[in-house]
Design a protein around this ligand. Structure first.
Ligand code: CAA
Length: 260
């Protein structure tokens, strides 16, 4: 598939995906969604790739939301009957078992904030601004914002942001737990790609299982998730990379991973 709204390149074992509609502040229309689904599926299927980074082109925005111009004239029945926004979860988040990071380089609003929160974690530039301003358009978040933001920053801040549309700056987002780290804008891409390269060089199955384990914490009871964690840990002990990792530690040498 050739892309018109995103750019995709590989840097060693890291796939870099760039939202590329800077004239619309990288707003997320149906074409962006379809192209991202394809790009994430290709990343997931490519054994040479271990981690992906998603960022926005230009210095102003990661993504300023779902495309308001596309939604403005759409009849309500089309949103409901077409299950509008369902694909982000079912075709990007769910099937992507390998880790990916959002490098948020500016506005991450509405669907842009929601897309960043779909990533396994966010690294933000000091210029990043996060918000769920849908209420100002007479609607509410539809791509996970009310749920993922609440889990990330707690009820008080999530409620305030959803009800007022207030944006949160990068420092506040870091102290509230929304982002893993804040770096100067000039360093954002290089820093995130380096972090992604570290992850991509880890034993592949262990990386996928670690991701799954952390995500389970948000999806089920503590008793169930502790059981799942133990079982996944036990399954990993059967891998060649477990034998190699532990032997390398004992023999005081660097491990050589096979991804098996
Ligand atoms: N959809 C479509 N186009 C958008 C857009 C969006 N979400 N955000 C910005 N654009 C377009 C603008 O229309 C403008 O295009 P034109 O030059 O053709 O007029 C261009 O991008 C530049 O934007 P501005 O001129 O508005 O730039 P600014 O610097 O003055 O303001 C901003 C920046 C504060 C981010 C402002 O653009 C803004 O408020 N954008 C909308 C943010 C928003 O409401 N997002 C939520 C969308 S709804 C949603 O996402 C639903 C959901 O839950 C999934």
């Amino acid at each position: 598939m050739s892309y018109e709204t995103i750019l995709v390149e590989t840097r060693g074992a890291v796939t870099l995906i760039t939202l590329n509609r800077p004239q619309a502040l990288n707003a997320l229309n149906s074409q962006v969604c379809a192209e991202l689904i394809d790009a994430f599926a290709a990343f997931e299927a490519d054994n040479s790739q271990g981690c992906a980074v998603l960022t926005g082109s230009g210095e102003k925005a990661f993504a300023a939301g779902a495309d308001i111009k596309e939604m403005a004239e759409k009849p309500a029945a089309d949103f409901f009957l077409g299950d509008f926004f369902a694909e982000w979860q079912s075709s990007i988040v769910k099937p992507t078992r390998k880790p990916w990071i959002a490098a948020v380089n500016g506005f991450a609003l509405g669907g842009g904030c929601e897309l960043a929160m779909m990533a396994d974690f966010i690294i933000a530039s000091d210029t990043a601004r996060f918000g769920q301003p849908e209420i100002k358009l007479g609607v509410a978040p539809g791509m996970g914002g009310s749920q993922r933001l609440t889990r990330a920053v707690g009820k008080a801040k999530a409620m305030e942001m959803c009800l007022t549309g207030r944006m949160m700056g990068a420092q506040e987002a870091e102290s509230a737990g929304l982002v893993a780290r804040v770096v100067p804008l000039a360093d954002l891409l290089e820093d995130t790609l380096k972090t992604a390269a570290v992850i991509a060089a880890m034993p592949r199955m262990a990386a996928m299982v670690n991701k799954e384990m952390v995500n389970i914490a948000f999806e089920t009871t503590l008793e169930q998730s502790l059981l799942t964690e133990r079982r996944l840990f036990q399954i990993l002990t059967a891998t060649q990379d477990k034998a190699e990792g532990m032997a390398a530690f004992v023999e005081k040498r660097k491990p050589v991973w096979t991804g098996r």
